[in-house]
Design a protein around this ligand. Structure first.
Ligand code: ADP
Length: 656
């Protein structure tokens, strides 16, 4: 430009951008050029820039402009004075750089920072809440234990201990929530698909919540649509968990009136043949403001985040519900009006089944009623309190010995006979997995690769050789994969700490029963029939039959149950293999990992360990980002299983 702003030269890029010719621009004041005309603001900026640049200053400003094609652009303008020898401004160079992409990146970065800051704030809030939620029952436990130790009257002591127990249970509920939450974040949570009775689930929720509901003077009603099938296939425990969470919230946020739980046949039914069931939990409570009805389903979000809030909680419950419903391929939402009440809805597809299929619970009830007594139990745990709790729980009915790590356990096993070992997993000196591997090696007379005094191992072999000692993992490691690790090390069962006495009793009952049912034929073989029929003359055991026997022995299910499970296992194996192949084709490795994980679980459950190991290899490979021949591995599992089913008795791939 001349110093008065008359344009004397213009480049092609500027003309192209503005969509005009040189003639329209040259010899005119810059602010009259056609591309500025649209905006007073830009004209003002240019005049202002000219005013300053004439005095010798470099002027810069950013603005948005529309190009010829109507697109909006961010432009960084500069007006640069050119001076002669006497420092007099003789010309001005006006330059514009398009910085739209840069601005977009800046904007994205700003948004990312804002959302990270918001997440960070929510997590800090969560930690503060969590600390409060943990401390409240902890205070009660510490205070009440102290009082129970002081007090003389038995009746009062019982009351204090009741409070201790309730507080400990609520603490455990909180820990379970955290565990579920982290499992879901790590995509490790898997659903069970088993037949269940819908009414039983709803009645169970009602009876669990009856105490707090009565205490608050509320009323709870349960309604079930008669058109719904009574028996369905799905994860009843998780459905119960969602309902308990919603009803728990309803009780917490309702001061008076009624709460209803209902299950209806959804109007629109899925094409898949499943039945869409619409669950609703309604209350007459404080309601939720409209701007919060979406956010409360996010992790750590609560309507009232202030320190002065009236209601306890961590903000995890609804996030867990949302994720569980999503895993079940359903949807969840809330309708609410402040001061009138809230209705939480979720719709999930469930497959109807015949009522006969629901026999899964029966052995549990049966087992919990029958108690087993007189076992010689070795409790191995490095934590003294855990050891004490386990042995005190057990010593009423059994003979209990304790050891504080794997090595001590092995030493104990060299000198005494035991029926069952309750083995913690994580321990110093020697962990539970290692100890189990050594025990199994001694039973099978395998040489050991670990440093163990040779006389200890010799005594161990002489005590255990040819036997099968029952080992139950007893661990606080409740993440996915731990169970498999314990079973792969040779443990027979797995319970999570803190164990419930009933759960332990059930596990012991079913293990001992399964073992004695295995022992009977072998005892017969050695006494009544000392020379068993040579293997070659035996009729080959069909693989399906073998899996069925394995399932029956390891789970104590009835033959009808085993049949249902077999059918499901077969469908699940075929489906997950297909999913894994598809995921591999689409290079979706996280899906491949998940499918391999599920596949491994099902194969293990069926006792098909050799193939489970291959599925685990795929899973581990994906997790460690290794380049493995995944397609070949999947094909070998596929082909191997086909061979098993057609040839019935492939050597080396049998049921373990
Ligand atoms: P928590 O109850 O532990 O805070 P949730 O995720 O279960 O966590 O619930 C998140 C928030 O949603 C609650 O803090 C509360 O503000 C709101 N909310 C949930 N259920 C109800 C309800 N029935 N009535 C009113 N508000 C509710």
């Amino acid at each position: 430009w001349e110093t008065d702003g008359t344009v004397i030269k213009v480049n092609k890029t500027a003309l192209d951008f503005a969509g005009c010719t040189e003639a329209e621009v040259l010899e005119k004041p810059a602010w009259e050029g056609p591309w500025w005309l649209h905006s007073d603001e830009i004209q003002k900026k240019i005049r202002h820039a000219l005013h300053k640049a004439k005095k010798g200053d470099l002027v810069q400003f950013e603005t948005t402009l529309h190009s010829k094609d109507g697109q909006s652009h961010y432009i960084d303008f500069s007006l640069n004075p050119v001076k002669d020898d006497q420092e007099k401004v003789i010309l001005l160079i006006f330059e514009g750089r398009i910085i739209t992409a840069l601005k977009q990146v800046e904007q994205e970065l700003r948004e990312a920072r804002d959302s990270a800051e918001a997440a960070n704030k929510a997590k800090s809030q969560f930690l503060a809440n969590m600390s409060h939620e943990i401390r409240t029952p902890m205070n009660a436990i510490i205070g009440m234990t102290y009082l129970a130790m002081q007090v003389q009257e038995e009746e009062k002591r019982q009351r204090f201990l009741q409070t201790v127990r309730h507080s400990a249970e609520s603490l455990l509920g909180l820990l379970n929530d955290i565990l579920d939450f982290s499992k879901m974040e790590a995509e490790q949570l898997q659903l069970n698909n088993l037949p269940f009775n819908l009414r039983q689930v709803l009645d169970g929720v009602k009876s669990t919540m009856s105490v707090p509901i009565t205490e608050k003077g509320l009323n709870l009603q349960v309604t079930i649509d008669e058109r719904l099938p009574t028996s369905m296939i799905g994860d009843d425990l998780r459905i119960r968990q969602i309902l308990l969470n919603l009803v728990g919230n309803a009780v917490k946020f309702t001061h008076s009136g009624a709460i209803t739980i209902s299950a209806y046949l959804e109007n629109e039914q899925p094409a898949s043949g499943a039945t869409a069931v619409h669950f609703t939990v309604s209350d007459s409570g404080i309601g939720i403001p409209p701007d919060k009805v979406q956010t409360i389903f996010n992790s750590f979000e609560q309507v009232d985040n202030s320190y002065a809030r009236q209601f306890g909680g961590t903000g995890l419950g609804l996030s867990i519900c949302r994720q569980l419903v999503a895993l079940m391929e359903g949807r969840i939402w809330v309708e609410s009006q402040a001061d009138i009440g809230s209705s939480f809805h979720f719709v999930i597809p469930l497959r109807p089944c015949l009522p006969e299929a629901i026999v899964i619970d029966a052995p549990n009830h049966h087992a919990s009623q029958s108690t087993i007594k007189g076992l010689r139990i070795l409790v191995v745990d490095d934590n003294e309190v855990n050891r004490d709790v386990a042995s005190m729980t057990l010593e009423h009915d059994h003979a209990v010995t304790t050891a504080s790590n794997g090595l001590e356990a092995l030493v104990a096993l060299t000198s005494r006979q035991f029926d069952v070992v309750l083995m913690d997993v994580q321990m110093p000196v020697m962990d539970g997995l290692q100890a189990t591997t050594l025990i199994r090696a001694a039973e099978n007379g395998h040489p050991l690769s670990l440093d163990l005094p040779s006389d200890t191992f010799r005594s161990l072999v002489s005590q255990l050789s040819g036997k099968h000692l029952l080992i139950v993992a007893m661990t606080a490691h409740a993440m996915g994969g731990d169970r498999e690790k314990c079973l792969a090390a040779g443990m027979d069962a797995y319970i999570t700490k803190p164990f419930q006495p009933d759960q332990l009793n059930e596990t012991l009952c079913s293990l001992v029963a399964a073992q004695s049912s295995k022992d009977v034929p072998s005892a017969n073989t050695t006494t009544a029939n000392p020379s068993p029929t040579p293997a070659v003359t035996q009729k080959p055991r069909p693989i399906i039959q073998a899996i069925a026997e394995h399932l029956q022995a390891t789970t104590r299910m009835s033959s009808a149950q085993v049949e249902t499970i077999l059918f499901k296992a077969q469908t699940s194996i075929t489906d997950t293999l297909e999913q894994a192949k598809q995921a591999l084709e689409k290079e979706d490795y996280s899906r491949l990992g998940r499918a391999a994980h599920t596949l491994k679980g099902t194969l293990l459950q069926c006792g098909l360990e050799d193939w489970a190991v291959k599925a685990q290899e795929v899973n581990d490979g994906v997790r460690n980002c290794q380049e493995l021949p995944y397609a070949a591995l999947l094909n070998s599992i596929d082909q191997g299983l086909r061979d098993l089913l057609t040839h019935q008795n492939t050597p080396g791939a049998g049921v373990h």
